[in-house]
Write a protein that binds this ligand. Structure first.
Ligand SMILES: Nc1ncnc2c1ncn2[C@@H]1O[C@H](COP(=O)(O)OP(=O)(O)O)[C@@H](O)[C@H]1O
Ligand SMILES: [Mg+2]
Length: 255
């Protein structure tokens, strides 16, 4: 499924900040949206997820305008995990939180129960199924927000800073989940500002700076342009910085 932007303009009321994107094409596979704090990543995330509709221009899903989708139709197609997981939980247990969207989409009871069990296992949350989401650690709350997106199995899934607060094994787990979904043909967009992780795991990037898309394309093509990386105010991957400091050839990224 393709998510496309055409001549998008959006400003918050009484704010200078504007998101401007003339053309952006999000194809199936894994893409990272990167950029310094305040670049507009979360704003674009909300626009792409249909949470903010007061924009100029058009966002389409397989050529259909996103604003024409009914809420349930949109939820079936696009899954969203917010930057702050606490913005999205309202059920009394982890299990119910994962189940909620499936109930909205009227998935049969047996299938609901099988899916919840599988998704909790996949995200390593089976032991916490009966706990209140707000009693979980921040790392587990981030995993839960990912689990709620995985359950309805949307073709498009957007994750705002999913790696924040995750320990190393959970980061590995989540990277594996994203890669698996991308291989199955899902369109996955992950917001991050960790270029080390992006360089190793994500083949496509959209780079944001001051509300504008300053690069969209292959991760390696971005990383091989140090001036552009500098302009985006992102920290180059450690291995590149090390080779620069040593005055030896920088690594050639494969992704
Ligand atoms: N709800 C809001 N109301 C007004 N301004 C906002 C709101 N959310 C974000 N902004 C402003 O929009 C700009 C971009 O923020 P954001 O999209 O959160 O960037 P990022 O996710 O890249 O850090 C910032 O200047 C921020 O202060
Ligand atoms: Mg943000």
């Amino acid at each position: 499924m393709q998510l496309k932007i055409h001549n998008l303009r959006f400003s918050y009321p009484q704010q200078q900040f504007t998101v401007k994107a003339d053309h952006l094409d999000l194809q199936p596979g894994l893409t990272a949206m990167i950029g310094e704090n305040g670049a507009g990543k979360s704003t674009l995330f909300k626009l792409l997820g249909g949470l903010v509709t007061t924009h100029q221009g058009k966002i389409t899903v397989d050529q259909q305008p996103l604003k024409d989708f009914l809420k349930t139709e949109r939820a079936r197609k696009i899954g969203l995990a917010f930057q702050d997981p606490d913005d999205q939980f309202f059920n009394s247990s982890v299990k119910k939180e994962v189940e909620w969207e499936l109930r909205q989409l009227k998935v049969p009871a047996k299938k609901q129960s099988e899916t919840v069990t599988a998704v909790l296992k996949e995200t390593n949350l089976s032991q916490q199924a009966q706990q209140n989401p707000y009693d979980l650690s921040l790392s587990d709350r981030k995993l839960l927000s990912i689990a709620t997106v995985l359950a309805p199995n949307p073709q498009i899934a957007l994750f705002d800073e999913p790696m924040i607060a995750l320990d190393w094994p959970s980061q590995q787990l989540v990277s594996h989940i994203f890669t698996k979904l991308a291989k199955r043909g899902h369109t996955i967009l992950v917001i991050s500002h960790n270029l080390d992780w992006v360089a190793q795991n994500v083949p496509q990037v959209i780079v944001m700076g001051r509300g504008k898309v300053i690069f969209a394309g292959k991760t390696r093509d971005f990383l091989h342009q140090p001036t552009l990386v500098k302009k985006s105010n992102l920290l180059l991957p450690k291995v590149t910085r090390l080779t620069m400091a040593l005055g030896i050839n920088p690594p050639q990224y494969r992704l």
